[in-house]
Every structure is written in C-alpha cells, then in structure tokens.
Design a protein around this ligand. Structure first.
Ligand code: FAD
Length: 445
C-alpha cells in the first residue's frame, strides 16, 4: 500500500502520521515543494512580534523526526501532474530540475492556499510581502530589521490586524488600508468590527476603510508608497493581506470536482469524486453544521482534522469529518475578538428569521481588579430558539475564548435555553456569578 501525500504542513503531516499509525506497513511518502514541513503558520505574526523566539520554534516535527517514524519526506519536490487512471504523479526535484513519475495507491492532495497578490502587488520592488510561509516571515523580518519605519498593511482581515499590532510594537508607523467599510469585515457584525477598529486606533494604527489600492510607487528597487483612490500613503514595507486562493492545479489535473465554494469537493471521508484521490486542508471545502451548506473556511484545526480523517481512511480505516461551525478568534493589541456560527448579518443574508441580543458587561467579576468590558452578541432563530451564533469582543483577549461554549452547543443544534441552563464555572477572577453568556441567553430566551 503506497500512500502519497502532496503538501507537508497541517493537513498533509496529520494525514501522514495517522496513516502510519493506522497501517504501520504502509509506504507513506510526503512531497513538499517548500523548505519546511509540519509548522504552525498561525505563529508567524508572533515570531515577528517577539512573543515567539524564532521561526524554528514553529516547527512541530522535522523531516528527520518524521523519517524516524517511517514516513518518507521529500522537501523541495514540486508535484506537477497527476494521472488518476494510471495512479501516478509527476514530481520535479527543484534542486536538480529532474522530473520523475511516482506511483500511488492512495493520493492525498493537501496543497493548501496561496496568498492573493492582486496585479498591483506582482512587483519586483523590495519591501512588498505576503505572509503565508516561514520564508515570507523571514523576508518581512529582514525588511523590518533593515530599518523600515512606515508600514502599509493592505487588508483588514485577521492576519492584517495581527500584523498591525506586531509592526506597531516593533516601532513602525502602521497604516491599514481596507477596501470594505470596516475592518474584520468577514468575521463580525458592524458594531463589533467598530470595537476592533477602536482598539487599533487607540494604539496609534491609522485605519483607512473604504480605500482601494491602485498601485505601488518605488525608487531604486524599493517600495516607497501605496497609491490609493484617496491619495498616496508612504511606506517602506507593504504587507499584502487581501485573502487566499485554494491551490487547485493538482485537484483539477486529477479530475477532482471543485465545489461552488471554489475549493475541492469531498465527502465526509475526505474522498474526492476520483477513485483513490483524497483532499484535505485549506484547499478543501467542508460542511457547515448550522446551515448544512458547503463552506470554505480555511483554518488550522479544520486542516489538521481533515488530514487526520484522510490519513485513517487512506490506510484502510474508517473516519469521518464532522463539519465546522465557523469558529474563529484573534487578538490585536489587548483586544480579543471571536465568533462562531453565524453573525446576524450572515443569518439575514441566508434568509433566516434570526434575532440577536447584545450584552455589555465585564469578563471578570465587576469588583475584581482585572475586570474589563466584554461585549457579547448572541444570535438565535426566532420561534424555535435554536442557537445560530455568537460574537465576543473583550479588552482581556483570553476572555473571548468562552466562545467555545457556544460552539459546543452549535455542534449539537443546541437552543438558547440549553445555554442558559449550563452549569458554567465561576470565581471572581474569571467571570461574574452569572457569566455574560448566561446573561445573554437569559435575555434572548
Ligand atoms: P498549508 O499550510 O498551506 O500547506 C500546504 C503545503 O502544500 C505548502 O507547504 C505548499 O508548499 C505545499 N504544496 C502546494 N502545492 C504543492 C505541490 N504541487 N507540490 C508539493 N507541495 C505543494 N488558522 C487558525 O485556525 N488560527 C489562526 O490563528 C491562524 N493564523 C494564521 C496566521 C497566518 C499568518 C497564516 C498564514 C495562517 C494562519 N492560519 C490560522 C491558517 C492555518 O495556518 C492554515 O489553516 C493551515 O496552515 C492549513 O494547513 P494546510 O496543510 O491545509 O495548508
């Protein structure tokens, strides 16, 4: 049994480990076109910010460690083709340029996504970066250490906002340019987006929403500014964080179906429509447990879990992916923001009869010294009381992790009353006696 995996990060390496555990006699080989495998890309902003000492600290397992477990790892090997009929792939060794054909019994496509670079960002100018992989982080570090003073971050999504904190703390003057009306646009409802922007602005970040980038200016091979429809913004470093696009070339070459979400369509076993070909991770769509619709929400736990499911199944076991509920969380400066399920505006767009309640309280007991304001929006279906989602923003960033209580209920189609009846833990340094989630559920029921 030869199991071939393309892509050696979250989904690919989870699959390799699980396949090996499921069937220790299998021949498991991972092809990765980059320099690194098995690392936490989510930690990249924190290396740049100094909360993590080095890029090496993000690496969970080295190729040598994987090989010692019997998993073959080929770094700098680009898989350029698939012949699903013959069950072979074409691989190019990026060092020698040599191309070989390799057989497989089961193939996992775990090729992830690429950062979108609009036309204006396709430039040779120094100082223009995306942040996706370790070498991107190293390149940004080199630009910052080289004396950059003014940064423009294009895109006000979570990666852009994490970087806004990082670069400000590194002493740069940061401008965030966002085309949409607010930051964190795809994540939160408007009032909660505004709270995130307020935190950034109070820390000196210049946020320019409703602003479209038209081009870059440069001198002597270095970027000097970002031309927008509202004028020129000077910059020595530009980070392009406008979203990601699934890497679909191999899935297409294999004949795998691409779903309406624009990512690879799979069943709950991570199988594509092509016999013997699986897909997992950021390049793959999943099912949303609240809406029962296909979604493409490329995040770390999803990628690891999909990889694990694919690994078990490719090696002859039986596992299924349970779906997602759309949970995500981030921090910028002291503020934490989290959401799960649907926002009110997402529920409206889907035509659901949804109502929300907003609660403004404190995350710890009001009299406790560390208490900070916390804002919670809970959304439910009118009539049935079925929970649809929740959003939290708090000046103590860890406090928004209680979003997981709502996520747990969403997994089982829980109701507002179920939340209200939950026996949540309490002590003054953690919450009020009636946690803010219970207060919200009480008001919504
Ligand atoms: P990837 O990590 O993209 O790995 C795919 C690999 O496939 C790549 O290494 C690529 O080189 C390789 N590959 C592609 N094509 C080929 C080919 N043809 N041949 C050989 N190799 C190929 N998620 C969260 O849940 N929480 C967070 O806080 C969070 N923060 C993030 C912060 C940053 C800066 C970034 C970039 C991502 C963050 N994520 C976060 C997302 C998370 O990192 C991804 O969901 C996860 O890495 C996806 O893993 P993957 O294996 O599907 O894809």
């Amino acid at each position: 049994m030869r199991i071939v995996i393309v892509g050696g990060v979250a989904a690919g390496m989870s699959a390799a480990s699980r396949a090996m555990r499921q069937n220790p006699d299998a021949d498991v080989v991972v092809f990765e076109r980059g320099e690194y495998i098995s690392y936490g890309a989510c930690g990249l902003p924190y290396v740049l910010g100094g909360d993590v000492d080095s890029f090496d600290d993000l690496i969970a397992r080295t190729p040598a460690q994987m090989r010692s477990r019997g998993i073959g790892v080929r770094l700098r090997h680009d898989v350029t083709g698939v012949d699903a009929g013959a069950r072979t792939i074409t691989v190019v060794d990026r060092e020698s340029g040599r191309s070989v054909v390799e057989p497989y019994d089961k193939l996992l496509i775990a090729t992830g996504v690429s950062a979108i670079r609009p036309d204006w960002a396709q430039t040779d100018l120094g100082g223009v970066h995306v942040l996706r992989e370790i070498p991107d982080g190293q390149a940004i570090e080199a630009t910052i250490s080289g004396g950059a003073k003014r940064a423009v971050i294009v895109g006000g999504g979570y990666i852009g906002l994490e970087l806004a904190e990082t670069l400000t703390c590194r002493g740069l003057k940061v401008v965030v340019v966002e085309k949409g009306p607010e930051v964190a646009g795809r994540m939160l409802d408007r009032e909660y987006q505004q709270r995130v922007r307020a935190e950034l602005e109070s820390n000196g970040v210049d946020i320019r929403c409703g602003t479209t980038v038209e081009g870059l200016t440069g001198k002597d091979g270095q970027v000097t500014g970002v031309q927008t429809d509202h004028g020129l913004v000077r910059a020595d470093v530009v980070i392009v964080a406008v979203g990601v696009r699934p890497n679909l070339e191999l899935a297409r070459a294999a004949g795998a179906r691409i779903g309406k979400t624009g990512a690879v369509a799979v069943n709950i076993r991570q199988e594509t429509n092509v016999e013997g070909v699986y897909s997992a991770g950021d390049n793959t769509e999943s099912i949303h447990r609240v809406t029962r619709r296909k979604v493409h929400i490329p995040l770390g736990l999803t990628a690891n879990r999909m990889g694990r499911v694919a690994g078990v199944n490719m090696a002859g076991g039986d596992a299924s992916f349970p779906g997602v509920v759309g949970s995500s969380i981030f921090k910028t400066f002291a503020l934490g923001a989290a959401r799960t399920g649907l926002t009110q505006s997402e529920a409206d767009d889907l035509g659901l009869d949804a109502a929300s309640v907003d609660v403004h309280s404190t995350d710890h007991a009001g009299y406790y010294s560390t208490a900070k304001p916390i804002y919670v929006r809970l959304t439910a279906e009118r009539g049935t009381g079925r929970l649809l989602g929740g959003q939290l923003v708090c000046g103590n960033h860890e406090s928004v992790k209680r979003v997981d209580v709502i996520a747990a209920l969403l997994h089982n189609r829980g109701k507002v009353q179920d939340l209200f009846e939950m026996d949540l833990s309490y002590a003054p340094p953690f919450s009020g006696v009636w946690d803010v989630l219970l207060v919200a559920a009480d008001r919504l029921s």
